[in-house]
Design a protein around this ligand. Structure first.
Ligand code: 6PG
Length: 242
């Protein structure tokens, strides 16, 4: 597994550099006339990245080659302030040329178990498979203060080894139901990129990047793409303790 750690002075610079990287990957794929699939994360960290990628930088992206997926979604309506799709939709301009059919959202408004099954089918029917598992070109992940990633929380870390492509997760504090990709899909990606900023996550990042034995309790430490690359985009605050 190829991996890298890229560190920048601020969350803004980190997001900008990641936006450049993502655009380069999309353009390279489009140059080969190949579609590019990207699974997006939720939470607050990627908002700046999305405002760049889908806003001010959107004109440099051949969006007709792009297929958007999600790494996880809260089981709420698309219009909810909690929706990860809603976070992207807030910035996605109408004039990008991204076909509506290329937006493969997890439907948070549907019954969770049924949606996990439906979305697994959408992944299988719209992506190339490797050993029967959908291959996503780039999966963008964040990391929570407890080391969760996507919506795989420490008390459900077994989802990394699920035989399913998606599972129904439960937020350990709020009890909110979520749909999440499992480790089977995450670790089958061509590229996984973590975007992590802020000092609150520095201790966990330190443990994960140093391979400390206790980091195994953090779901984010189980992201190990079998065939693909793993890159960390971090700001100085997130690496304060390295
Ligand atoms: C979600 C995300 C989740 C997120 C982390 C970090 O649905 O919340 O996919 O995995 O990346 O919780 O969230 P912040 O960026 O808000 O710290």
């Amino acid at each position: 597994m190829k991996s890298s750690v890229k560190i920048y002075d601020s969350a803004a610079e980190t997001s900008l550099k990641l936006a450049d990287d993502i655009i380069r990957r999309i353009v390279a794929s489009a140059t080969s006339e190949k579609p590019f699939s990207i699974a997006l994360s939720g939470g607050s960290t990627p908002e700046l990245l999305y405002s760049m990628l889908f806003g001010e930088m959107a004109d440099s992206v051949p969006w007709d080659f792009v297929h958007l997926y999600w790494g996880d979604e809260r089981c709420v309506p698309a219009g909810s302030a909690d929706s990860n799709y809603g976070l992207v939709h807030k910035y996605l301009r109408d004039d990008t040329g991204l076909p509506a059919a290329n937006i493969h959202r997890m439907k948070g408004e549907e019954e969770p178990a049924a949606e996990a099954i439906r979305y697994s089918g959408e992944l299988s029917s719209t992506l190339l498979l490797r050993n029967g598992v959908p291959v996503i070109d780039l999966i963008l992940l964040g990391m929570g203060d407890d080391g969760h990633t996507a919506s795989i929380f420490p008390d459900q870390i077994g989802f990394f080894n699920s035989d399913n492509f998606c599972e129904v997760a439960t937020h350990p504090v709020t009890g909110q139901k979520r749909i999440t990709l499992t480790g089977k899909v995450i670790n089958n990606a061509e590229a996984v990129v973590f975007l992590i900023t802020g000092k609150k996550k520095a201790e966990i990042i330190r443990q994960i990047l140093r391979g400390d034995p206790e980091s195994i309790t953090y779901p984010a430490s189980h992201v190990k793409p079998v065939y693909g690359s793993l890159d960390f985009y971090l700001d100085n605050e997130a690496v304060g303790m390295l």
